[in-house]
Design a protein around this ligand. Structure first.
Ligand code: NDP
Length: 250
């Protein structure tokens, strides 16, 4: 008996796909047969991950792009279509934090986070919908955060950006449902990665007190939810948010 790989022949763009949660998502999609376009702001970082995938037999290519720049998004998507012939999946994963209490938050901190997390998601979504419409199929997943649904002290910029990507997924879902393009969001809670390793120990301990599962999540936990939302199993699911948070927000 040969088990079918569910994403065989599909081409997936994963922004911030070179490390952390993005790399786990790339790994999960590749395990199901997807070809990977790994986007990172630094070409050498993307290339190192892409070559790791190629060494294990996955068709993967690195693309340097600052997601905050619309021109970079357009060029990247055009290059992916030229290189692979199509684009079936977009995972808007690239994201940054610049935490500060509202009273201390600078305009630069606000602008930087909105530019990468929210505008970056708009930029890549806008760039892929045309080729996806032509194909009459596409899957878009925005990586949000539970703080985009509940707010968080010290994260005015980040929580607003993540609320924004949830709304953007819903609007994309409504505008393109009739073209067979599904758009959803995944909202991770506290996931153990480089991003959360930067948090002070007290902040990490505080998370565990509000997580019924009593542990942080792993990038693989997030990748599994993303896989479901880009697989044929979720073809009738659009405009939804799946929390991956050990029960933190219900
Ligand atoms: P990391 O910081 O580990 O990885 C983020 C990736 O995005 C890096 O590869 C980074 O590249 C890339 N990136 C950053 N800015 C840009 C840019 N302007 N253009 C292109 N690529 C960029 O983060 P995580 O893996 O922890 O997070 C991934 C996503 O999950 C983010 O959207 C984050 O907000 C979200 N999330 C994470 C949670 C957590 O607990 N970790 C919780 C909730 C949501 P480089 O390294 O070269 O700068």
């Amino acid at each position: 008996m040969s088990l079918e790989k569910r994403l065989e022949g599909k081409v997936a763009i994963v922004t911030g796909g070179a490390r952390g949660i993005g790399k786990a998502i790339s790994t999960r999609l590749a395990a199901e047969g997807a070809k990977l376009a790994i986007v990172d702001i630094m070409l050498d970082v993307a290339e190192a991950t892409a070559s790791e995938f190629r060494a294990s037999g996955v068709e993967a290519k690195a693309y340097a792009a600052n997601v905050a720049k619309f021109e970079d998004a357009e060029k990247t998507v055009a290059a992916v279509v030229a290189d692979f012939g199509r684009v079936d999946i977009l995972v808007n994963n690239a994201g940054i934090t610049k935490d500060n209490l509202m009273l201390r938050m600078t305009e630069q901190e606000w602008d930087a986070v909105i530019a990468v997390n929210l505008k970056g998601t708009y930029n890549f979504t806008k760039a892929v919908v045309r080729p996806m419409m032509k194909q009459r199929a596409g899957k878009i997943v925005n990586i949000a955060s539970v703080v985009g649904r509940m707010g968080n002290v010290g994260q005015a910029n980040y929580s607003a950006s993540k609320a924004g990507v949830i709304a953007l997924a819903k609007t994309t879902a409504k505008e393109f449902a009739s073209r067979n393009i599904q758009a959803n969001a995944v909202a991770p809670g506290y996931i153990i990665t480089d991003m959360t390793a930067k948090l002070p120990q007290e902040a990490r301990d505080a998370f565990l007190t509000v997580i019924p599962a009593k542990r942080g999540g792993t990038p693989v936990d997030v990748a599994n939810a993303v896989y479901f939302l880009v697989s044929p199993d979720s073809d009738y699911i659009t405009g939804q948010v799946i929390n991956v948070d050990g029960g933190m927000l219900m």
